[in-house]
Design a protein around this ligand. Structure first.
Ligand code: ADE
Length: 230
């Protein structure tokens, strides 16, 4: 079973997301183990629980200090008895892809580190971080939303979380293409009919139609996915 720890200044924000829906159910069924930790609890400052300070060399904003993150990390190692693969959520990282999510589901223990303010002291990155990961070329106020995206994309691929592997095998990005269009009842809605082939019960024709649709809509919506030099 995969274990994911999340180190953050806003654990309630993460718990609110990860306690619901499919991920919440997977946790209750003990298909995954997820723990959110408040970095502030590890501050060496007993009075104000301070975790940040102004940057050396000047400049705006605050930088998260290394010690509270380090102590949080050591506690996670102690609690779990294993050294996690540490991912720092950062717009400087490589962008998350479905391929990356598939790789991460095989890592037994992940720690997602969420920065805030102007980021974290570079020394904690040197000391514990194995990889930086971004969810896109834009800047968020903190790593929490990005960590939720990574957690969701990984956990839904773990054994038993979705009812069957077919649930995601044909999805967009699983084979480098976008998924074919889906329809459900009624057969006609607002004058628009479901494509006849889907009502035919002819499985080979349906497969063929879906494969063509997949390719055609990838060409139109995401031609960049079809380029060799992606
Ligand atoms: N923190 C701030 N912006 C981010 C992004 N785009 N991806 C991951 N973490 C972030």
């Amino acid at each position: 079973m995969i274990r994911i720890d999340i180190a953050t200044l806003f654990p309630e924000m993460c718990e609110a997301v990860l306690g619901e829906s499919i991920i919440g159910r997977a946790r209750k069924k003990q298909l995954v183990e997820i723990h959110c930790h408040n970095i502030r609890d590890y501050s060496p400052d007993p009075k104000h629980h301070r975790v940040d300070d102004s940057p050396y060399g000047g400049g705006k904003g605050m930088v998260m200090q290394p010690e509270p993150i380090w102590q949080c990390y050591l506690d996670i190692v102690r609690q779990s008895g294993s050294r996690p693969y540490v991912i720092y959520m950062s717009p400087q990282g490589k962008t998350l892809t479905q391929q990356k999510a598939l790789e991460l589901r095989s890592v037994p223990h992940l720690l997602l580190l969420c920065g805030h303010y102007e980021g974290v002291d570079e020394r904690i990155i040197e000391k514990i971080v194995d990889e930086e990961l971004s969810i896109g070329d834009y800047v968020l106020t903190g790593g929490e939303l990005a960590a939720m995206v990574v957690t969701d994309s990984v956990v839904r691929l773990c054994e038993g979380v979705l009812p069957a592997e077919e649930c995601y095998q044909n999805e967009s990005h699983m084979n480098g293409l976008l998924e074919y269009p889906q329809y459900t009842r009624p057969e006609e809605w607002e004058g628009m009919r479901v494509p006849e082939v889907l009502l035919s019960g002819h499985h080979a024709n349906i497969e063929k139609w879906r494969a063509e649709q997949s390719l055609a809509r990838t060409r139109i919506k995401r031609p960049d996915l079809l380029k060799d030099d992606k």
